[in-house]
Design a protein around this ligand. Structure first.
Ligand SMILES: C[S@@+](CC[C@H](N)C(=O)[O-])C[C@H]1O[C@@H](n2cnc3c(N)ncnc32)[C@H](O)[C@@H]1O
Length: 601
């Protein structure tokens, strides 16, 4: 929990909650019983992907959506209404009134589910509104100061900053003393953070009136964020710098709230509507995630553990964060292709790819961590993926191990700054050195990933690079490095409907102009884990292309078709033997010198 400030009851409080957000704990109580995410909160950000009309979804695969999956007339009535009801978005009031009168104590059934869900949402929203008003009064905050400000740093409006004369910025010594004594009272920190934000967002207009330097307010705010949310100072500053001042607070706040529980339908075993119906029958409250995916479902409530249903055990779905769908959607592997998942355990994305490839072609699911390949293998079996080969090499050994892939996914090892709500340890255990080491490893891996692609692939030639981190050194800096080192690779549109463009420049460093084609996803904007996705198209190297065309002219050789790019079995054998040697040595066993071993075979 770090040094996070506490309120009188010892509960962590959110600054945003004070001004606008219902406490997740309260929501949890209202929606009885289980491990609950918030129902997708309507984001005030326009690029939020969670759309209320996803029930109406025409789907995104061009195959006709629900209608393409199953004739709606063959569906049970309640499932039909679940997947077609357009009133959920328009808030039809007559319906809402009826929903309110639903017997709350009656068990949830498929027939009353939709109405109960709407009633709960309506009541939650109303209570949240009341809570917010009460809290606002108690804290004597003018919440309007915080709401709806897009880029507060650039606000040029000539507005007086109320109460600037009251702002007390402690000296560096006083701050150190505060820290030593376990941090100031939570209400002191909250008030100070609010005041710093209010002043900073109008700095150009009236900062001078404070008689203090802007950097003093920034320093104080960063220090208070660190103590309030329990981050180390280094990471607080690193994350703070990614956003305008007030948005940074939204980001830190969002990391305190769990993301929605989501599942991905395994289309190798079932269809989404059939899965939804089966889970509804078991008392699960769910709905499609959004129009951008035709396999995702968001689970609001369940009377049974969602990771232990018969459907789960028989591989009808994968418990998977919505953000994890994105790299695979971007990669878009095709049936019959040869694909490498370079860092694949525990296999969420591998199994998604297997489904998109309809169990054809071949996926090499690699992970350097042998122990983690066990859960990968288990998932591959549970989900019925028959086109997957699991292997365990350091990704940097590719393409020597094997190459010539139509597509490669590099879901790189990263700092996890996008998934702090799942792993709060990141707040305190990530140092500057970690980011430097990770960035270095990612740069090595991405070059190997590019070199593993067959540039002559007739159907592909693509690499997707992704991380669950929001830091620039693990994302734009890595992509920029790859573009500079491999002129035969260039960025293409990732084909994702939402997400913010990558940073074209950051803290004085400019990146390749095409970096805007990469996509960033944030918890406070998209209500999903922080994520980064970049898609490359790999072509032949200029030198290689020249050589190829010369050879072609000389011997009139045809272009090598992707199917013709075969393994060199002898070369594979060498690698297998070498890996065996290393494993034996790691176990402390004696191995024959290489030349003797070769002679023996
Ligand atoms: C973000 S996780 C992958 C998650 C996976 N793609 C999924 O969807 O389930 C990163 C993985 O990279 C693996 N890894 C770390 N260093 C590696 C390396 N040098 N080569 C290959 N894999 C590596 C880790 O063991 C970890 O499983």
């Amino acid at each position: 929990m770090g040094r996070r400030a506490k309120n009188k009851q010892g509960d962590p409080e959110s600054l945003q909650e004070l001004s606008e957000r219902p406490s997740p704990k309260k929501l949890g109580k209202r929606k009885a019983g289980i491990n609950l995410p918030q129902p997708a909160k309507k984001s005030k950000h326009k690029d939020s992907p969670q759309s209320d009309d996803s029930w109406n979804s025409a789907e995104d695969d061009g195959s006709g959506g629900w209608e393409g999956i199953q004739d709606e007339d063959t569906l049970p009535a309640q499932t039909r209404s679940l997947f077609q009801d357009s009133d959920t978005s328009t808030g039809d009031t007559s319906d809402a009134d009826t929903d309110e009168n639903e017997d709350e104590d009656a068990p949830i059934t498929a027939s009353n589910f939709a109405a109960r869900s709407r009633a709960l949402d309506a009541r939650t929203a109303r209570e949240a509104q009341l809570d917010a008003e009460e809290l606002q009064m108690a804290a004597q905050v003018d919440a309007d100061e915080f709401d709806g400000v897009e880029d507060m740093d650039d606000d040029e409006e000539e507005v007086d900053v109320p109460g600037t004369e009251d702002v007390i910025l402690p000296t560096a010594e006083e701050r150190a003393e505060e820290k030593r004594s376990g941090g100031p009272e939570v209400h002191v920190v909250q008030k100070r953070m609010r005041e710093c934000v209010r002043i900073l967002k109008r700095w150009k207009a009236s900062g001078a009136k404070t008689g203090r330097a802007r950097s003093e307010f920034v320093e104080q705010l960063v220090s208070d964020i660190a103590s309030y949310y329990g981050y180390n100072d280094f990471l607080t500053e690193k994350l703070f710098q990614l956003f305008p001042v007030a948005e940074a607070l939204e980001f830190f706040d969002a990391n305190e709230v769990p993301r929605p529980v989501t599942i991905r339908t395994n289309t190798l075993r079932t269809r989404r509507r059939d899965l939804a119906q089966a889970l509804i029958n078991r008392g699960v409250n769910l709905e499609p995630i959004g129009k951008w995916t035709n396999v995702g479902l968001q689970v609001f409530e369940s009377s049974i553990p969602i990771g232990a249903t018969p459907e789960y055990l028989s591989g009808h779905y994968m418990l998977q964060a919505a953000s994890s769908f994105l790299p695979v959607i971007a990669l878009s592997p095709q049936p019959h292709e040869r694909v490498l998942d370079m860092a694949s355990a525990p296999g969420g994305k591998t199994t998604h790819m297997a489904a998109l490839m309809q169990n054809t072609g071949i996926i090499f699911a690699n992970d350097s961590n042998k122990a983690r390949t066990k859960s990968l293998t288990a998932n591959v079996h549970r989900l019925g993926c028959k086109n997957v080969v699991v292997c365990s090499y350091d990704g940097r050994e590719f393409p020597k191990v094997m190459g010539g892939f139509d597509r490669v996914l590099l879901d790189a090892p990263c700092s996890g700054t996008g998934v702090i709500s799942k792993d709060a340890g990141v707040k305190i255990n990530k140092t500057e050195r970690d980011f430097a080491l990770l960035s270095h490893l990612q740069k090595q891996l991405i070059l190997c990933a590019i070199d593993s692609i067959n540039p002559a692939s007739k159907t592909g030639g693509y690499l997707v690079y992704s991380t669950c981190s929001v830091s620039v050194d693990e994302n734009e800096a890595v992509v920029d490095y790859a573009l500079r080192k491999r002129p035969n690779a260039h960025l293409v549109d990732a084909g994702l409907e939402f997400g913010r463009p990558g940073f074209p420049s950051y803290r004085g460093k400019s990146f390749h102009a095409s970096i805007k084609l990469t996509r960033r996803f944030y918890p406070h904007v998209h209500n999903m884990d922080g994520f980064f996705v970049a898609k490359f198209k790999v072509t032949r190297r200029a030198k290689q292309a020249k050589q190829d065309s010369e050879e072609k002219n000389d011997i009139l050789m045809d272009d090598v078709a992707p199917e013709d790019v075969q393994f060199d079995e002898r070369e594979d054998e060498e690698y297998i033997q070498e890996a065996k040697r290393r494993r034996l040595k790691a176990k402390g066993l004696r191995v024959l010198p290489r030349n003797q071993a070769r002679a023996a075979t």
